[in-house]
Design a protein around this ligand. Structure first.
Ligand code: SF4
Length: 540
């Protein structure tokens, strides 16, 4: 049996993670389980565990790397190491394979592009292992959809994006036990997919390759199935995002598959689980419409489906006792009404929820294809806050279609966001990504060189610092993850219900425990200092 070593290189950039160290995404876990479902012996390792112990590589025939576009350097290091230890095939997967630059610069045999379920089914219905697939396709100079081959003479054969996986085939349970190869997996936010794809099939008004909307209104007023295509050829969704193109309209995973996966995660000591979805409120919403769910705001959320999911999750023993905390990822403002906010507050009180506001200029939001206005986001935040959720906001800068006036409007709005109880603002710089409408726009220059963006950046940093000061004196439950890499005698802990990383003084024996920590002071806009006031149970 062919043996595949799956390595999670996501967010490893040049070989080391500098932020969100506590995130474990779902992609590598899923692909590991999919391989196993085709009788391929696959094992998942974190990037760190393989880099620190290359001998692991000796036991495998194939190296399968999951990565993002920003991780090319880390992937090169891994492939170089593999080639020293093992001459087996290298295959690639994850968001990084959408980039032609990445594919041209990496030495690989095959790459999966976009969703993998249908592609794997198509190849394993004919061939028994990945080596055979490569030999045949390379010799015949042919590929199937979703696969890229680098032939022996160096030519790249690109089969394009994989087919969107039908909803009923989103039932594979991603690998669970393999998470034990990740450093402090017990303290990490482990993402569990609940919805694949996005319901926003509105579009940007103009694209980086010169396409201009003719205002036919098809993508926001037309029948749901006709919204998949735009007569001008503008890609669906927000201009900077590739999710609708790569993953299609929103489809929910089966409730019992999600429950089974989370139950298994609790058994290995998972303390923090994030229900992952481009919009959590799309869960079960496709059941309310005929055709694909391509409308981001109508119908309203499927309250019954969401309630069934959350209520059943809360009955899992570890969740009921508080050993494992459930959080959700994102929600679109236009789907948040009083009933939704009350429901989320009932089950997810004191946990964060991310809202993609992006800008406070409605003019800009319309230009980039956003589904919600600034005021609808503000109203949604107020509702969530009043029901005990902790709103986190995304803001973006550096969009090529943004004006100084758009940035000023966002700066002026920061006070409002503070008054209505936003807990954190995540400000990020636009980056052109493949398969999005803005793919060919230039990467913007750093905020530092532009007065308005510089002001936005410093306003947000000050906002986040003030929020950190507010937590001074409060007691939170946190999971102790590891020693601080440079400050002797200090440990790093993650708040179980998410929040700033906590630096605590204590012995290494605390690692792997849940502790109650009193926050003493903010050290930076990302880090606070705390002291342990109580030691709860041990996870590992
Ligand atoms: S983006 Fe395309 S589908 Fe939507 S209104 Fe414009 S032309 Fe019509």
């Amino acid at each position: 049996m062919e043996k595949v070593l799956v390595v999670d290189a996501n967010a490893r950039e040049k070989g080391k993670r500098f932020s969100t160290l506590d995130v474990i995404g779902v992609g590598p876990r899923l692909v590991t389980a999919l391989f196993r479902s085709y009788n391929v012996s696959a094992k998942l390792y974190s990037y760190e565990s393989v880099i620190c112990n290359p001998k692991i590589m000796e036991d495998y025939d194939v190296l399968a790397i999951s990565f993002m576009i920003s991780d090319i350097h880390a992937v090169k290091k891994l492939i170089n190491l593999w080639n020293k230890v093992n001459k087996g095939l290298v295959i690639l997967g994850g968001g990084g394979t959408l980039s032609q630059t990445a594919l041209k610069s990496l030495h690989f045999a095959m790459a999966f592009k976009g969703e993998v379920e249908v592609t794997l089914q198509s190849i394993f219905s004919k061939y028994t292992n990945l080596r055979e697939v490569y030999e045949v396709f390379s010799r015949e100079k042919s590929v199937v959809r979703g696969l890229v081959i680098r032939t022996r003479d160096g030519k790249i054969l690109d089969g394009g994006l994989g087919i969107w996986t039908p909803k009923e085939r989103l039932s594979v349970i991603p690998a669970v036990e393999d998470l034990k190869t990740y450093p402090f997996y017990w303290a990490s936010r482990i993402y569990v997919e609940v919805v694949r794809g996005c319901s926003n099939f509105k579009r940007a008004k103009q694209t980086s390759n010169g396409k201009v909307c003719i205002n036919c209104s098809l993508c926001y007023n037309g029948p749901l199935n006709l919204r998949l295509q735009c007569p001008v050829g503008i890609l669906p969704g927000c201009g900077y995002c590739s999710v609708p193109t790569v993953h299609g309209p929103a489809r929910s995973r089966n409730l019992y598959t999600i429950l089974e996966e989370i139950e298994r995660l609790t058994k290995i000591g998972a303390s923090r689980i994030v229900l992952s979805a481009p919009d959590f409120l799309d869960f079960g919403r496709e059941e309310l419409v005929d055709g694909p769910l391509t409308d981001p705001c109508s119908p309203p959320p499927n309250i019954d489906a969401i309630e069934e999911l959350l209520s059943k999750l809360m009955k899992i023993r570890a969740v009921a006792t508080g050993k494992t905390v459930i959080m959700v990822e994102n929600a679109k403002p236009c789907l948040i009404n009083d009933d939704v906010a009350e429901l989320l507050g009932r089950y997810l009180k004191d946990t964060p929820i991310y809202i993609g506001l992006e800008s406070c200029s409605n003019n800009l939001l319309e230009k980039i294809g956003r589904a919600s206005t600034c005021i609808s986001a503000i109203n949604a935040i107020k509702k969530l806050k009043s029901h005990g959720l902790r709103p986190y906001i995304y803001l973006m800068h550096g969009l090529p279609v943004e004006s100084e006036d758009d940035i000023r409007k966002t700066i002026e709005c920061i006070d409002v966001l503070e008054r209505i109880g936003v807990e954190r603002i995540v400000l990020y710089r636009f980056r052109p990504i493949p398969c999005s409408s803005f793919e060919n726009f230039a990467k913007p220059i750093a905020a530092i060189s532009d007065a308005a963006r510089r002001e936005l950046r410093s306003t947000v940093i000050e906002f986040n610092k003030r929020q950190k000061k507010r937590v001074q004196g409060i007691i939170v439950k946190a999971i102790v993850a590891q020693k601080h890499p440079t400050r002797k005698g200090y440990l790093i802990a993650y708040p179980q219900k998410h929040g700033p990383v906590i630096l605590i003084k204590g012995s290494e024996g605390l690692i792997g425990h849940r502790v109650a920590v009193k926050i003493q002071k903010a050290i930076s806009d990302r880090l606070v200092l705390g002291s342990v006031v109580h030691i709860h149970e041990r996870y590992v």
